[in-house]
Design a protein. Sequence first.
Lengths: 305, 368
Amino acid sequence: MDILIAALGPGLRTASPIMLAAFGGIFTQRAGIFNIALEGYMLVGAFVSVVATYATGSPLVGVSAAVAAVALMALVMAFVVLELGADVIIVGIAVNLLASALTSFLLQVITGGAAFLRAPSGIPDVHLAAVAGVPIVGDLFANQGILVWVSLLLVPIVGTTIARTSLGLRLRAVGEQPDAAISSGVNVRRIQYVAFALCGAICGLAGAQLALGLLSLFSFNMTAGRGIIAFAAVMFGAAKARWVAVAALIFGFADAVANRMQTLGLPVQFVVMVPYVLTIQVLLLVAVPWRPRAKRSALGAAGQT
Amino acid sequence: MADQSIPRRAAVPGAVARSLRAAARPVVAIVLGFVVSGLIVLATGKDPIEAGRALVQGAVGSQSAIAGTLSLATPLMLSALAFAVAFRGSMFNAGVEGQLLIGAFVSAVVGFSFDLPPILHIPLMLLAGAVGGAFWAFLPAIWRVSLRANEIVTTLMMNFIASALTDYFVLYPFRAAGQSGSAIKTATIHESAYLPRIWPPYNLTIALPIAIVCCVIVWYAFRRFVIGYEVRMVGTAPGFASSSGIDPRRRQVAVMLISGALAGLAGASQVGGVFHAFVSPFASNLGFNGVLVALLVGNGPLGIPPAAAFIAALQGGAITMELTTTISRYIVGALTATIIVFVSARRFGWPAAILARIRRARAQQTES
């Protein structure tokens, strides 16, 4: 129990990059794009944020540069997928490999062979003295970085964007009924470009939070599968902002608990598995009602004739 | 928009033309990939020609370099074949990595738990690896056909579960005594399970011919056997397949079992031929690199051995290149990724179409 409470604050912190990347993934997923390049996006975001902060001394510049660079990168990927007709999963695998190789290569060029690059300053924390003494709430919220709050604010923002704005409506139309979208005059390709760009921008934020918010440094392949976990969170939450956030929080806490257990020398592997096992579970549970529903509609169709 | 100004391909007779055309795509992509990564090297103020020379030297510059490249290529062939088999049968197996890990672990257990003559022990160990991999692929396959759970996601997740599970086994129940540090092993497998070398003193084992034979068998089975025909039908025309009485689901499970078995075999070949134990972390990314190899040749089984040798040559050569030219070996990853992007760009005619449009516009200008 102590392990769990002690993991609350760090858990929210480690959950935030996963949550941000997953929010990015919501936009592509809703537009019907199966984007497993979240990992690569996040890694490039982390790299650019640290290098830009290192060069200018300002974490704000670092975060902005990461957002811009990854949005651009996502647009290039969109070009390859949408204009050159490449398979999105295959390009996703290639982008992840490219991100890992290029950031490692450039890291060695910049540092002359060191394993990491330290940023002069990270993203500042918000200290809330009012809740610091309150048991669980204080553990959670007293000292969190600005981007943690941004990620929490994005839950309703992303949710309403998808559910209530015309952009969200078009995204869903493109993802679920592309033919209907085309016949009602939606420019499908433009919407898909927008989805890629938004996904990239938010994943850039995720990378910046991972690098500048958590450790203030960049090291080789520092995302270490978090982009895939974010992708899992999108699947887990069926691309609905609330449930994706819940998934990201569960996965982030699992990560923090695993870290705690590791320092105590306990076997962590079964905790490490949690995100993946839960995601498969949810996929299987969600999948179950499909068959009866399909049968029912088939019966209905038969009844009409 | 069809364009008449692009010259039509000369009619070379059947098979030759087809294989030439199939080879043209990866070759163009490889050339473009080298150009892009050469420019990156140039931008960092190093000499790309020198880098290329060191790369070739390290990959095929000596007998031991060639043996090393072929040894690296062996598991890649099997994992690429694993991906390609599933892909042909309309299943996207993103879990080759995990199936490989489980296969490797199971084969290591068989390798150190039994005392048998080599003639029995080696096949048993390889078989165990294949069964382990097939089991790990069977679960996503059955979820897909019975619950329609997207196999791309489930196989991807199963990779991480396999990695954590084998990590646990190596660190706790199966840890060999007296080890510390970051690389932890199980007990060493018995010598009766070592794969025999085919080119002593180099560490090139019978796994290489086995892998090539697997590629040929799969190629032949897909062309000549009924099961291959059915699997291809399910992959290319599922509606037609099911209306001619072929249950696509059984074929999908079948290809996933074969795919997982090949991935497991790749893992077993690493245990029996290279590490002689299960090592954690296990040689990473063999599964994903296999996917890249398969994609490079459009999932054609006969193209896989040369493609695997090519990717292995890049990886082996990169280490030499880093030592002699101080250019980071990671550039090779960027090179591979660019090649894959260029290969997978289906609309290759796109730049040609633009060029043609420009040419036509020029022609019109000169006319007027």
